[in-house]
Ligand binder design. Structure first.
Ligand code: G6Q
Length: 541
């Protein structure tokens, strides 16, 4: 049977028809017509609560979205994902991040290999090393305790570890200093090393392929910084690697006994719970790291087994499709009301946009509907004092996910109620707005009524955690991983490849020699040529 787009399906067309009716409703009228929305359009699982009632949909639309997902094979694909089938079809690989958090003693055999056993072998080596560092048994070349840990990696080998370290700082060993270097801009490494003493510094070079230009350049400079102070022999005690490419690691000079492996079935942006999480484990300790894995595993089980109407990743994913594809909203704002989650928007930017920013289906058909939304954000309440103006009154509707934590880890008198009140108020203000009549009734001067009136009807999800713990963070991360999967599966795209990032990398490699003495490629466009010439004229010797 020839491949077709999901947009050809009658259920898709029924949803498109429902979307055309949306402008005739308002969240005010939807809530007035069904006062139970706030308790019926909600779901709970793996320690998280999702209130999706303030979206422009009703139970019937949710049912249609679930029907469409079923017709598009989303639930079969979910089962294939967990079973280790090659769901990353363009790279012929499984995407088995869920196997990283299988409990010890379980088994999952893929292509004759028990991947769960492999995972626990590596976890046990990570545990031993992390404990040695935390307890000062693994010392530097001069015998000093290694109290500074610098993770060098980029993209998936950086964003997860940074986000997790920041999110779980409360649980981290405060005697340790953790720093993260990703940008090939020398400033990143220079600033990360400022104030650190080489004899107390451990470098973790995190690179799945161990061929990423930025990471190898940073690792080489870090190595020089260390050996200039302590000599070549110090590399063995001060450098470890996390990679699937053992030979390249050895060629760089890192001891294979200090190399922590993972597998090609772990995608970069899905790798924070593999050995790529070594910095996280050193910071919070193996027991807390196990809780992180347990939280993700609980969400995996929830995704695999809960009925679609009660299934958080299914609901969050389908609401994303409704807002992006059927209502046409181009972006999603991620608004964590927890300072510890301040890097979550950056982390989710990669997870969502690198996974679902695709314009062809797995069969290579050009889609005729919008796919992956632009994810961005900042922690509340900071965002409220900057860009929320556009969220409330701008001409682009930006649906938002507000993440609220019930119990503060730093309960200073008066702070947390104010924080939570702001989150709840913003979600309600975005939904219900402020009609002109209300503004007038409040005594506003007539010329200001139009300025002070707010349309509302801005969709939001509220995700509530009881407390930010390794477990709830694991659950939250897996929620988004699987919501992204649901969207990609419905759109018919491969959420696990990233071909779009190749071209720029290749072109940069070709431009490098032209920035010094190689002649400029005459085929280059006039803009790039002129910029190269301008740079060469100003370049530092
Ligand atoms: C993630 C991407 C990408 C990758 C980096 C780093 O899904 O593939 O962000 O993580 O390019 O790659 P290495 O870990 O191989 O250095």
């Amino acid at each position: 049977m020839a491949a077709t787009l999901p947009s050809q399906r009658p259920t898709w067309k029924a949803l498109a028809a429902r979307a055309r009716e949306v402008p005739t409703h308002h969240l005010r009228t939807l809530f007035a017509a069904d006062p139970s929305r706030g308790s019926s359009l909600v779901a709970e699982g793996a320690g998280l609560y999702l209130d999706y009632s303030k979206n422009l949909l009703d139970a019937e639309v949710v049912d249609l979205l679930i029907e469409l997902a079923a017709e598009c094979g989303v639930f079969e694909r979910r089962d294939a994902l967990f079973a280790g089938a090659p769901v990353n079809s363009t790279e012929h690989r499984a995407a088995l991040h869920s196997a990283l958090r299988l409990p010890e003693g379980t088994s999952l055999v893929v292509d004759g290999v028990d991947v769960a056993a492999e995972v626990h072998r590596v976890l046990s080596r990570m545990r031993a090393f992390a404990e040695d560092v935390r307890e000062g048994r693994h010392t530097g070349a001069t015998g000093k305790r290694l109290t500074n840990v610098v993770n060098i990696g980029i993209g998936g080998s950086d964003l997860g570890p940074v986000m997790a370290y920041e999110a779980l700082r409360h649980y981290s060993d405060r005697d340790l200093t953790l720093r993260f270097v990703s940008n090939v801009d020398g400033t990143d490494l220079a600033e990360a090393l400022r104030g650190l003493s080489p004899d107390e510094t451990l470098f973790i070079v995190s690179s799945k392929t161990f061929s990423t230009a930025e990471t190898l350049t940073n690792a080489t400079s870090a190595r020089r910084w260390l050996t200039d102070a302590l000599g070549e022999a110090a590399v063995a005690a001060h450098f470890v690697a996390v990679s699937t490419a053992a030979e390249r690691v050895a060629a760089f000079g890192i001891d294979p006994a200090r190399t922590f492996g993972f597998w090609d079935w772990v995608g970069g942006r899905y790798s924070m719970e593999s050995a790529i999480g070594l910095s996280t484990m050193i910071a919070i300790g193996p027991r807390r790291f196990a809780e992180l894995l347990a939280g993700s595993h609980a969400m995996d089980r929830h995704f695999a087994t809960a009925a679609p109407r009660e299934n958080l990743p299914v609901l969050l994913g389908l609401i994303g499709v409704w807002n992006r594809t059927f209502l046409g909203h181009p972006a999603v704002a991620v608004l964590p009301y927890d300072q510890y989650l301040h890097r979550l928007p950056a982390y989710l930017q990669q997870l969502t946009m690198e996974s679902n920013g695709k314009h062809v289906t797995e069969e290579g058909l050009r889609v005729d509907y919008p796919t992956g939304a632009i994810y961005w954000g900042e922690p509340g309440t900071n965002g409220q004092h900057s860009f929320y103006q556009l969220l409330h009154q701008g001409t682009t509707v930006v649906p938002a996910d507000l993440i609220v934590v019930a119990q503060s880890l730093n309960p200073l008198a008066g702070h947390h109620d104010l924080l939570v009140a702001n989150a709840l108020a913003q979600a309600a203000a975005l939904a219900f707005g402020r009609p002109a009549a209300e503004v007038r009734a409040a005594g506003a001067d007539e010329p200001l009524v139009a300025h002070r009136q707010m349309d509302g009807d801005r969709p939001t999800n509220v995700i509530m955690l009881d407390r930010l713990t390794p477990y709830s963070l694991g659950s939250l991360v897996a929620l988004y991983e699987h919501a992204v999967f649901v969207q990609g599966a419905l759109w018919g795209i491969d959420s696990f490849d990233q071909w779009g990032v190749e071209l720029g990398k290749q072109m940069a490699a070709a431009i490098v020699p032209e920035l010094t003495d190689a002649p400029t490629d005459p085929e280059r466009d006039s803009s790039t040529r002129a910029l190269i010439e301008r740079y060469r004229a100003r370049r530092q010797p």
